[in-house]
Design a protein around this ligand. Structure first.
Ligand code: SAM
Length: 558
């Protein structure tokens, strides 16, 4: 799981005595210039003052919230969202993704909470009303995006109950019960209604598995001398042995881990072959080759030179792969009080599943007062509902390769990258990456604008293709020459995606019912790819009809 929860790319600050919120896009935001342009296009500054004291009636509160939310959405955009949200100057930045929406609302709530905590204010009522409006908005957002998880009651969860008791003895505070969730393995459900800001889980640092444990082990005097070895590799080697250690402090934790992880890294030949035509095939092959080389360079020599510390029977390739899958799918990055970011395994928290509509987004920083890691809610979770994390803004291909699942629902990060020759480049502001060569597409059902000059396709890509044909600034006016360019670029895209569809093939000659877990997953992924490519082809097709109609009309008018 990544650490994006720690370092939000933007920040909103709150100041002064006059009940004014100052929303500021920090200069160290990695996409500062693009966000600044977007803010300017919408009539906002990078530092925007919003007066709150006069708001009292529900309508003005709603209008105020809408304005602040528009700014907060922009400041919290990530790279992919920024690429796809580029909209017309006249339109507002609407809802971009569940993560962005929840982050934006929570950042405003944090500001209002901090204003409210100042007891001397005379504008308490207005602030309180504004706070209620934000919470209400978050609740409505949840109701609209409610995900039902089915709980398999036939699963006994004995081991999970035991570790929960162990956790309690060791200082874990939890408002979750570990159950078996259909299609996702173990997961945590809320034992009471949880509100925004409530802590679902609190883990003392003393039971977090981090590099400190390797330092205390008999391996460190050997591993510490290896040039360039990372602490993650040391931990991986440590966990391969520790899982078999009868007196380990973490025996109860290791006992709850699956015997097999079933991620893309364990795909068999048939599943790999089923991925033909997708980029995931190459991604998995490369990742596995990298791990195999890593193993060959390191492990046999350790077993040979120090068999007492690294018993060969515990350090086979299969066990190494198991440990890699454990760390890829279960670790979290945690910022400790010394300011160091460490990759850790966290008992109990490791039972939480991922969702595209996560309840918990910010969870990677040790609290300096309690010396615990807290998992606070960014959106409400009702009693009995599964409480999910965001592992990060990952595509389904990444989640499949390293976690072994494809999330339910529309994943806004499911993009297909498109690389263009450097010679075709046009370094104008639209592209989000510094090399400027990478553009991307995603399912066009996620786009709201399917009109002329948009077609549900990303603006940076269309503008890039337009400029490659006509270097002068493109205005979206209906002239015959502009329409001719539109036809050309839509035909180019149509041909690119027709090829992609051909490579994916129409159907898979496999008995899905009886297929193995990995083949089923591979086919599910391929279906998703087909759906994305097919939506782009449909958009190109409708776009071409739209442009051709306009073209015919303009010819008649002439
Ligand atoms: C950190 S563990 C979560 C606990 C896990 N369900 C278990 O039983 O141990 C991560 C693993 O949970 C599963 N998982 C997490 N989120 C999921 C989801 N939304 N759908 C299906 N499986 C999921 C995947 O197998 C993933 O590798």
């Amino acid at each position: 799981m990544e650490d994006s929860k720690l370092c939000s790319s933007s920040e909103i600050i709150e100041t002064d005595e006059s009940c004014t919120i100052v929303l500021e896009l920090p200069e160290n935001d990695p996409f500062f210039d693009k966000k600044k342009n977007l803010l300017h296009n919408k009539g906002f500054d990078v530092r925007e003052h919003v007066q709150l004291q006069s708001i009292t009636c529900p309508d003005s509160i709603a209008t105020m919230l809408e304005k602040i939310l528009e700014i907060a959405r922009i400041t919290h955009l990530d790279e992919v969202e920024l690429y796809f949200c580029k909209v017309d100057e006249c339109s507002s930045v609407e809802y971009c993704s569940p993560r962005n929406e929840v982050e934006a609302l929570n950042s405003i709530l944090a500001l209002v909470d901090s204003l409210l905590s100042r007891q001397t204010r005379t504008e308490m009522n207005a602030l309180q009303a504004f706070q209620d409006a934000i919470v209400d908005r978050l609740e409505k957002f949840v109701d609209k995006n409610r995900e039902e998880s089915r709980i398999d009651k036939s699963y006994s969860c004995d081991k999970e109950k035991r570790i929960a008791e162990w956790g309690e003895i060791n200082g874990i505070k939890s408002r979750l019960e570990i159950v078996y969730v259909e299609g996702a393995g173990r997961g945590g459900i809320a034992t009471k209604d949880l509100k925004v800001g409530d802590i679902a889980l609190e883990i003392p640092v003393s039971i977090i598995i981090s590099e400190d444990l390797v330092h205390q082990s008999d391996m460190f005097h050997i591993l510490g001398k290896i040039d360039g070895i990372s602490s993650e590799t040391m931990l991986l080697l440590w966990s391969m042995k520790e899982r078999h250690h009868c007196n380990s402090k973490f025996k109860i934790y290791f006992d709850t881990l699956p015997k097999e992880f079933n991620t893309g890294l364990s795909f068999g030949v048939a599943a790999i072959m089923a991925l033909d035509g997708t980029l995931l095939l190459e991604e998995i092959m490369q990742a596995k080759e990298h791990l195999r080389n890593h193993y060959d360079e390191l492990v046999p020599a350790l077993c040979h030179n120090y068999p007492d510390v690294f018993p060969p029977e515990l350090y086979t390739w299969e066990q190494f792969l198991w440990a890699c899958e454990l760390w890829y799918s279960n670790s979290m990055k945690v910022m400790f009080l010394d300011g160091k970011l460490r990759t850790c395994l966290i008992p109990i928290a490791g039972f939480l599943n991922h969702s595209l509509h996560p309840h918990i987004i910010h969870y990677g920083k040790v609290d300096s007062i309690t010396n615990t890691l807290k998992f606070p809610l960014s959106r409400p979770c009702r009693i009995g509902q599964q409480c999910c994390l965001s592992y990060g803004n990952f595509s389904s291909s990444h989640l499949l390769a390293f976690y072994g699942f494809i999330p339910q629902g529309d994943n806004p990060y499911d993009v297909i990258p498109l690389d263009f020759d450097a010679g075709e480049l046009d370094p104008i502001e639209d592209c989000p990456v510094s090399s400027q060569t990478t553009h991307m597409v995603r399912g066009t059902w996620l786009s709201k604008n399917h009109n002329l000059f948009h077609y549900g396709l990303p603006c940076p890509l269309l503008n890039f293709l337009r400029r490659a044909r006509s270097p002068t600034l493109h205005t979206k006016t209906i002239t015959q020459s502009n329409l001719e360019i539109e036809i050309e670029i839509l035909e180019v895209l149509q041909s690119t995606f027709n090829n992609m569809m051909e490579n994916l093939g129409d159907t898979d000659p496999v008995d899905r019912e009886n297929a193995t877990w990995d083949v089923k997953l591979a086919l599910e992924f391929k279906d998703l790819q087909r759906r994305i490519v097919s939506s782009i082809l449909t958009s190109c097709d409708s776009g071409l009809k739209l442009v051709q109609n306009e073209f015919s009309r303009s010819v008649v008018e002439e």
